[in-house]
Design a protein around this ligand. Structure first.
Ligand code: ADP
Ligand code: ZN
Length: 443
């Protein structure tokens, strides 16, 4: 079967998969109940015992785990294994608040490597490939996760880490890298720099595909990236608490991310009520690990919003697929009572031809009313056009945002290359209301 690393797990029948998940869930619940006081206390309080968990459906009886649990029990309080069996610490990049750390046993590294290797394989990775890894290496799971995966696929790994763009491009050319792994925002920056250097990816590079993730990005951004680098750009999802990149991944059909369901159980719940939602309904993504031993996670609330489908994919895999992450519940901006996800604005901007894939959202409060300013760059050619032309562009963007997102925003067209570029995860929202309420001065 092409591009499938483990057909025995990735192409299982739903019945066989549910039976396997049930068995692994029972073991994980017992492991955490016996070894992690927080889980035991919480289950006792909810009146659930490990014996109540018989099938995968029983998962709904279990209490949720939150990011605050990791902070409150920092650093080792959630370990289910002996500290001596923990062989690696990984940490969250701290996009939202204080960093957290997660302990991995040798088994957990193996589980993660297999999940991530399936992702790279699905994007076409094999022994003939030269994989350039431009995710940061370190506590952040991106670099090491992609590294382990590419090694498992038998590829030649180029462990660049993020940054040093000129050197990245030089290595890409000289070595003939065939795959690229980094955040979509860094890939965009690499693509633009390659073009600015007068290079043509088709002529001068050997890149064919890449796995891009660690931050939300839209379908429109994918199209831009695929054009810029002349590649297939596949989405890859992960989080430190569950395993880094590879929890879910796109195959070349690009119709949602396959969840490694033999290792994790996916649920979508209503973020307000915590009740499970039917397939296809957007809600908060919840993961339970069922093969990890170091720091297993039971019903972990990711705060990421997406949908799930369990229909079989044209690639042959039968695993559930998550839709694109439309945002995190905690990065939703509420502007004059309207909920806005940055991805909605990105979808509008990047979908307009002539607009560059770079923007910033500035939220403020003026005379006790919220304001949202969208700063965006035009491509060089459009920016050098007449003032009237630029004004037309601006008005068109205001109009499109109003019709899609439902709010009036201020759009500012800024000169090409004046907005920040990101080598890792992009930070495109500046909320001046938060700093104002803390009595801090904004820069
Ligand atoms: P954090 O960003 O919370 O500090 P991590 O580095 O562990 O911690 O990143 C995990 C988070 O990154 C996920 O919960 C999700 O919000 C985001 N993320 C990861 N991959 C993707 C992806 N492919 N699409 C959208 N968001 C993603
Ligand atoms: Zn598929």
């Amino acid at each position: 079967m092409p591009n499938i690393l483990t057909p025995e797990y990735e192409c299982m029948s739903r019945d066989a998969l549910c039976a396997l998940q049930g068995e692994r869930l029972r073991k994980t619940v017992k492991l955490t109940y016996d070894n992690v006081p927080v889980y035991r206390e919480r289950m006792d309080k909810a009146g659930v015992s490990p014996e109540d968990i018989k099938t995968v459906e029983d998962i709904e009886k279990l209490p949720f785990t939150e990011k605050t649990d990791l902070r409150d029990n920092f650093p080792f309080g959630l370990f289910a294994a002996d500290k001596r069996d923990i062989v690696r610490i990984q940490g969250s990049s701290g996009t939202t608040g204080k960093p957290i750390v997660v302990g991995y046993t040798e088994n957990d590294i193996e589980v993660w490597t297999e999940m991530a290797a399936r992702a790279l394989k699905a994007a076409g990775c094999g022994r003939d490939d030269i994989v350039q890894i431009a995710y940061g290496y370190g506590l952040f799971t991106g670099g090491l996760g992609a590294h382990q995966a590419a090694t498992r696929c038998g590829a030649m790994v180029v462990p660049m880490s993020s940054g040093n763009t000129a050197r990245q491009i030089m290595m890409m050319r000289e070595l003939g890298s065939t795959m690229l792994c980094c955040t979509p925002s860094y890939a965009t920056m690499l693509g633009e720099t390659i073009r600015e250097m007068g290079l043509d990816p088709k002529r001068d590079l050997k890149l064919k595909s890449g796995c891009f993730g660690a931050e939300p990005w839209t379908a429109q951004m994918r199209t831009k990236l695929e054009e810029l680098l002349d590649i297939d750009a596949c989405d890859i999802y992960g989080l430190t608490e569950i395993a880094g990149p590879g929890v879910a991944f796109e195959c070349l059909e690009k119709q949602g991310m396959h969840v490694n369901e033999d290792h994790v159980i996916i649920e979508i719940v209503d973020p307000e009520t915590g009740k499970n939602l039917p397939d296809g309904t957007p809600g908060e993504l919840i993961f339970t690990t069922i093969t990890k031993t170091g720091q297993p996670m039971i019903r972990y609330r990711t705060h990421d919003i997406c949908t799930v489908t369990r229909e079989k994919c044209a690639c042959g895999r039968t695993t559930a697929r998550m839709g694109r992450i439309t945002g995190r519940t905690d990065d939703m901006i509420v502007v004059r009572g309207v909920n806005v996800f940055p991805s909605q604005i990105e979808g509008v901007l990047v979908g307009i031809s002539g607009v560059a894939p770079h923007y910033m959202l500035i939220v403020d409060r003026v005379h006790s009313s919220d304001t949202l300013e969208v700063q965006v760059e035009l491509n060089d050619a459009n920016f050098s056009d007449t003032v009237a032309h630029i004004e037309n562009f601006r008005a068109a963007i205001v109009e499109r945002i109003k019709s899609v997102v439902g709010i009036a925003v201020k759009v500012t067209i800024v000169p090409p290359k004046s907005l920040p570029r990101f080598e890792g995860k992009a930070k495109r929202v500046v909320d001046k209301r938060e700093t104002a309420s803390l009595g801090l001065k904004c820069e």
